[in-house]
Write a protein that binds this ligand. Structure first.
Ligand code: 13P
Ligand code: SF4
Length: 302
């Protein structure tokens, strides 16, 4: 263990590399990362860091977004097959169809989407800035892809706009059931319920707080409450417990695990960096189109 940690440290210096990690990756990866955050923070920090090489401990769409925003940097994924299934759940044909059908339409795309899909949309959002961005858009009609649950949550907060939904979902969040949340509340009546907006509406309606991974961590850390029921992926517990060693955190089921995020390991980080493998490549045509939607997200979320 010690050996691999010093190897990664040496490689970082030798190659002028920085390690970024999402809150859902394994604890030991979050521990060695230079920056850990939610999807919005990671997309911003990837642009800001001065290092030439980014080792992105997350899933494909995160590495792709970093490469699209910073094409001059080398972006390495420790595990080439760590992909988010939801990122593929939007159809370019359907986007074209909806554009034909509606005037005054904005196609709003969750960052959890492929670079190819981002070419056809107007603006990207993450769970932490979606509400602000959708409210700021002048268009009356919003086609929200790929996540239906996040789309419905945002729609519930912006009733003045007309939403068209797409049937994408995150299996980790979509499978959290209301009876499980009710059972957890009955077992821990003192606990606040903290929910990621990739969950379905009944879970969102049962929440004391709804927000991105960073939002959930901030809420639990600044709250006077001592106990929390956590409706998102298990990896978030690392930071929650680190910030709040005396508070209690409860999950609601045994499947709050993203298998793709968990594919990343310390040996894979060391191997990928040493051999400069799994470099993210985005062709120029895709990049020049997709960067517009990502750039607009950064602009509108300021
Ligand atoms: P955030 O960290 O932006 O809340 O996203 C959650 C997620 O599912 C990332 O894949
Ligand atoms: Fe995709 Fe869900 Fe995993 Fe996030 S937690 S990477 S949305 S499958």
């Amino acid at each position: 263990m010690k050996e691999i940690l010093s190897k990664i440290e040496l490689l970082k210096k030798e190659k002028d590399a920085v390690i970024l990690a999402h809150y859902y990756v394994n604890d030991e990866i979050q521990e060695i990362a230079d920056y850990v955050g939610d999807s919005y923070y990671l997309s911003k920090i990837a642009v800001e860091v001065p290092q030439k090489v980014i080792v992105f401990c997350g899933v494909t769409f995160m590495g792709e977004s970093a490469k699209i925003l910073s094409p001059e940097k080398m972006v390495i994924m420790p595990e080439a097959n760590a992909d988010c299934p939801m990122a593929h759940m939007a159809s370019i044909e359907k986007i074209k169809e909806v554009r034909e059908k509606y005037d005054d339409l904005a196609v709003v795309c969750y960052i959890n989407s492929t670079a190819e899909i981002k070419k056809y949309v107007d603006v990207c959002v993450t769970s932490s800035n979606a509400l602000k961005i959708v409210k700021a858009l002048p268009q009356q009609n919003i086609y929200f892809v790929p996540d239906e649950n996040l789309g419905r949550y945002i729609a519930s907060k912006v009733p003045e706009k007309n939403f068209i939904f797409n049937n994408g979902y995150c299996h980790v969040h979509d499978e959290i059931m209301i009876d499980e949340v009710e059972d957890a509340k009955a077992a821990h009546p003192e606990a606040k319920v903290l929910v990621h907006p990739e969950c379905t509406m009944p879970i969102i309606e049962a929440a004391d707080y709804v927000g991105s991974t960073s939002g959930i961590i901030d809420y639990a850390t600044t709250s006077d409450a001592e106990a929390f029921i956590i409706c998102t992926e298990i990896g978030i517990l690392y930071q929650l417990k680190k910030n709040n060693p005396d508070k209690k955190f409860y999950l609601v089921n045994k499947n709050q695990i993203c298998p793709n995020m968990k594919k990343i390991s310390l040996p894979k980080v060391a191997y990928a960096l040493e051999n400069e493998i799994n470099q993210v490549e985005v062709d120029d045509e895709t990049r020049t189109k997709a960067v517009l939607a990502l750039g607009k997200m950064l602009e509108l979320s300021k």
